[in-house]
Design a protein around this ligand. Structure first.
Ligand code: ATP
Ligand code: MN
Length: 462
């Protein structure tokens, strides 16, 4: 008999039907005559209760069915008289795929710390919390593609290995096949990359944006959604060395269009989660963060505040608070400042625009004041920056001047500059950190717990 997933079984199988389920034992209890096994197969947060008449089964088999074991159960679906479930499964046959030794299986008891779970990331999927998080992560990835596809955006695959440093967004990981014990050196003792695999210095990408812009200058609206890498040594609950980023890039969008899209996109994703991940969100709301659902609903039903960096600095300067990092026009905002604006001052998401050009990347469109650029950061409660974006400088001379001013290697950007030479057009885009989005949607507090296998300084296990 074909296996039915527990999600489908609970939603559509009529009482009286014979079914086959396969999954992992979450709990087992009972007495001498009857055993109750809570079985979960990952398709839903809900378990199916399997009822076993002990005299009908081999004693040794039942002994081996302990927490964590994987089994196949054939049986009849019946109405449940127990609490918490409408139906249960009366076992007729049980097959044991794999036992889980009760003395060593690490997930015996509930209530392990998140830190411990990270050490057993290969098994943590089997808990309710991580099951919920990764089902939601999947749903969000799907919703992102759906959103853009429905709007006529094209999914563009930008390279993971690059020969250029986008904006210096962060420290990069080198990609090389050189023998590290015997690195070829050139004249002035610098590394001679001409013998390396690509014949030049290459790195893992920090952003697909520059290549994304090339696509937008022909396809109109594109987005990338892929892994990005930053070798920044920042051990925070919001930074990973390997994270996923969604980067739409749109021809003929100005900064205002860009903000409208970012707000609409974020609200769409939150609404999608509320509509499609109800049970997982309810679980997280009760176990992880009691304000989760309220916060998600609040964000979709209120407009984001929009204000300039300069106005934000005024608010922060006037705030009756001691900052760890000083506030002042020209200084970058730190997480504490961003979160003050969102959580204390406005109490809702904020889009900050028009930052000083000195603290932003070379490609951002310069404002007429000569001091600021058309940048936009979307700041979220509990997270800080979730999106960073801008209108791009489309005027060749201005872009080139900025590249020179910032002492970037002009020759590395020849292809980027050519899009401004040939048929240039106003355009805009932004980057949404996928894991920061998942943090917000799930109410989890550490970014290491919303990606299956986190990569952080001194940690690349699994
Ligand atoms: P932050 O100031 O928070 O370090 P950033 O300004 O360096 O971020 P951007 O270069 O603007 O980040 O990247 C776009 C988005 O990617 C950010 O808004 C954030 O959501 C996400 N992001 C950036 N760095 C990381 C990281 N190390 N780990 C996870 N997500 C990140
Ligand atoms: Mn940013």
């Amino acid at each position: 008999m074909k296996r039915i997933k527990i999600k489908e079984l609970l939603s559509s199988s009529p009482v009286g039907s014979d079914v086959t389920v396969k999954g992992w034992v979450r709990t087992k209890r009972g007495n001498k005559n009857i055993a109750f096994i809570a079985l979960n197969d990952g398709s839903t947060i809900n378990n199916i209760q399997v009822v076993v008449d002990i005299p009908d089964f081999d004693e040794n088999l039942l002994k081996d069915i302990s927490i964590g074991a994987c089994i196949c159960v054939k049986g009849k679906l019946v109405e449940s008289h127990g609490q918490g479930q409408a139906v249960e499964l009366n076992a007729k046959e049980i097959f044991l795929y794999g036992k889980a030794d009760a003395d060593t299986y690490p997930l015996q008891k509930k209530g392990h710390s998140m830190e411990f779970m990270r050490e057993i990331a290969h098994l943590r999927f089997r808990t309710n919390t991580f099951g919920a998080v990764f089902r939601i992560r999947h749903a969000m990835a799907f919703a992102i593609h759906k959103y853009f596809n429905d709007k006529g955006f094209f999914y563009l695959h930008t390279p993971i290995i690059t020969g250029s440093d986008t904006e210096g967004a962060g420290e990069m990981f080198h990609v090389t096949t050189m023998d590290l014990n015997n690195i070829p050196k050139g004249e002035n003792k610098t590394v001679d990359y001409s013998t390396d695999f690509f014949g030049k210095e290459t790195n893992l990408t920090v952003s697909g944006q520059l290549e994304g812009e090339l696509g937008a200058m022909a396809l109109g609206d594109i987005y990338t959604f892929g892994p990005t890498f930053r070798a920044e040594n920042s051990n925070t609950p919001r930074h990973l060395a390997e994270f996923w980023m969604i980067e739409p890039e749109m021809a003929f969008y100005d900064i205002r269009d860009n903000m409208d899209l970012a707000e609409d996109f974020l609200k769409y994703l939150i609404r999608y989660a509320l509509d499609n991940c109800k049970e997982d969100l309810e679980f997280l709301n009760s176990m992880i963060d009691k304000n989760l659902l309220e916060r998600l609903n609040f964000v979709i039903s209120n407009e984001f505040v929009r204000l300039s960096y300069t106005e934000a600095v005024d608010i922060l300067t006037a705030a009756d608070r001691k900052w760890d990092y000083p506030v002042g026009w020209g200084r970058d905002l730190q997480a504490e400042h961003e979160r003050y604006l969102v959580e204390q001052h406005f109490k809702r998401p904020v889009i900050l625009t028009d930052y000083p050009k000195e603290i932003k990347a070379f490609y951002m469109k310069q404002n007429d004041d000569g001091k600021t650029v058309k940048a936009m950061d979307v700041l979220f409660p509990g997270i800080g920056e979730i999106i960073g974006g801008s209108q791009r400088e489309e005027i060749y001379e201005k872009l080139l001047a900025r590249i020179r001013e910032m002492k970037l290697k002009e020759q590395d950007y020849w292809w980027y500059l050519e899009t401004r030479k040939y048929g240039t057009a106003p355009h805009s885009g932004f980057g949404l950190g996928f894991e920061r989005l998942i943090l917000f949607i799930t109410g989890m507090s550490n970014i290491r717990d919303v990606i299956p296998f986190p990569r952080t300084p001194k940690n690349a296990e699994f």
